[in-house]
Design a protein around this ligand. Structure first.
Ligand code: TEU
Length: 479
């Protein structure tokens, strides 16, 4: 096995919007992260991954990028970013950025041009198709694909009458990676940030960039459509190899690709060392296993043997020269202690047990902000308390249009919703958990903050935080 710094590191994911607000706008910011770098270093973090901080209209909290070379004004300025990067490097840590390149915002200049006319030079930057004609002469989408966030994956655009593909929200049009000009644009973006000194990328839904064609999906379960229709298209490896060859290989950096639809058979093709693609992928073996026939808001129970098998299988799958990422949660999934442990009576013990598991497997561990203090799911009483577009779209479709009982849907959201992981970081028992002094956080703080917070744990040798710190140190002492 070859040694590499990213194999001997612990990554900490920051969701900037929910980390720390220093300006009083109710939204976390870059200076908030800067102010806590010593805390992260003290925990033993080697690499910080920032969820997107680029200019964005925030339809999907920054996963809809309007300008890849600008910092979101709510988060700060490019000068703040440069200071943050220096602060991270000064402490011997590294920084990886989130590269969202399957799609842009519909407010990106490329899309504004692309949608303007059929012969715009940027028309082929996105995926445009004629609609189908319905029985009554009405215009229907080109196929039956559904978006990840409810409703059709196609939107008809007034200017030309054609439809554009959006696997996520309608404000996230998919880029056309078949177009070499698009690949060159993305390569230039990657080069821009690497030349600035960032240490790598987490690549959002990289498994989806190469499309297989646009026939109807025959699958009734959405996860089957992801795996068999949307993901692992015929040119995905060629596109990744091209990006690595042309740009990434010129730097000493790490890459981890997010991979809905990447199964045990495909994983090695993305990460085996002789392939020149990625260092790691995030597979969703354990993340999608509790989705029922109706998808994520129709959850089913999963047993421990099935859960353990995912990790065993993936460990074995890497025997041919690949390397695993290890994670039990992120900004898209429930809190790990609530989902895989117990956030009641056995909160403390199960948070520590999950930490032990995460830190003692082969692979690179990723800690999602707040998991190191045992932050839990939240059960807001009303849909009005929720912010996530996935949850709000599913509410509109299932409850408002579909007639599902609101209480039943909210129970599913309490268990599965992405906002579970997006409530503000709980720094202390001060108002709003010390996240913001504004009195109006962008999303409410979990009401358990007087009990679950960093200040209460930082100097307690038996705390969850202290256990993470010990396990990280132990891990590094025994490569
Ligand atoms: O997530 C991709 C992805 O597969 C998720 O949409 C996942 O299926 C869903 O969140 C489960 O509920 C990435 C980002 O991590 C996510 O935040 C973005 O919304 C999405 O891509 C679009 O960029």
């Amino acid at each position: 096995m070859k040694r590499a710094w990213w194999k001997e590191s612990v990554v900490y994911q920051i969701y900037p919007r929910s980390f720390k607000d220093t300006t009083g706008n109710g939204v976390g910011d870059l200076r908030g992260i800067l102010s806590e770098l010593d805390t992260l270093r003290d925990l033993g973090v080697d690499i910080i991954w920032l969820s997107p901080v680029y200019e964005s209209p925030n339809d999907d909290n920054g996963y809809d990028i309007a300008d890849y070379r600008a910092i979101m004004a709510e988060f700060g300025t490019m000068a703040d970013f440069d200071e943050l990067l220096d602060g991270i490097h000064d402490r011997g840590m590294r920084l990886i950025m989130d590269l969202v390149a399957n799609h842009t915002s519909d407010e990106h200049a490329w899309f504004t041009e692309s949608r303007a006319s059929l012969d715009n030079p940027k028309r082929d930057y996105y995926i445009w198709r004629e609609g189908r004609t319905g029985p009554d002469g009405q215009s229907l989408p080109p196929n039956n694909w559904r978006s990840f966030f409810s409703g059709p994956a196609w939107e008809r655009d007034e200017a030309t009458g054609q439809y554009y593909l959006h696997l996520f929200t309608r404000k996230q049009p998919d880029l056309n990676w078949e177009n070499p000009a698009v690949r060159k644009e993305i390569a230039d973006v990657v080069d821009f940030w690497l030349a600035k000194g960032v240490d790598g990328f987490r690549m959002d839904v990289i498994s989806l960039i190469s499309k297989r064609g646009y026939g109807d999906t025959p699958h009734s379960e959405f996860n089957d459509t992801i795996a068999n229709v949307y993901a692992n298209g015929p040119r995905v490896h060629e596109f990744l190899q091209e990006m690595v060859r042309d740009v990434i290989s010129r730097y000493d950096v790490m890459t981890v690709g997010e991979g809905p639809g990447i199964g045990l058979a495909e994983g090695p093709l993305y990460v085996n060392e002789d392939r020149g693609e990625l260092n790691m992928v995030f597979h969703f073996g354990h993340m999608f296993m509790d989705h029922g026939p109706g998808g994520k808001f129709d959850p089913v129970d999963v047993g421990l043997p099935a859960f353990k098998k995912v990790f065993l299988d993936w460990d074995r799958a890497m025997a041919g020269g690949g390397w695993n990422s290890l994670f039990l949660g992120n900004h898209d999934f429930p809190r790990m202690v609530s989902r895989y442990g117990d956030d009641g009576e056995h909160w403390w013990a199960s948070a520590r047990a999950l930490c032990l598991m995460l830190m003692s497997m082969r692979g690179t561990p990723y800690v999602y902000q707040g998991d190191e203090i045992g932050m839990t799911n939240v059960a807001f009483p009303s849909i009005g308390d929720y912010r996530d577009v996935e949850t709000l779209n599913a509410w509109a479709e299932e409850v408002v249009e579909g007639g599902r009982e609101p209480e039943d849907f909210l129970r599913a959201v309490h268990r599965q919703g992405r906002d579970n992981a997006r409530t503000p970081y709980q720094w202390s028992d001060a108002p709003d958990a010390g996240f913001t002094a504004s009195g109006r956080p962008w999303i409410a703080v979990n009401p358990n903050f007087p009990r679950v917070n960093l200040a209460a744990q930082r100097h307690d040798p038996d705390s969850i935080w202290a256990f993470y710190r010990r396990m990280i140190a132990f891990r590094k002492a025994h490569p």
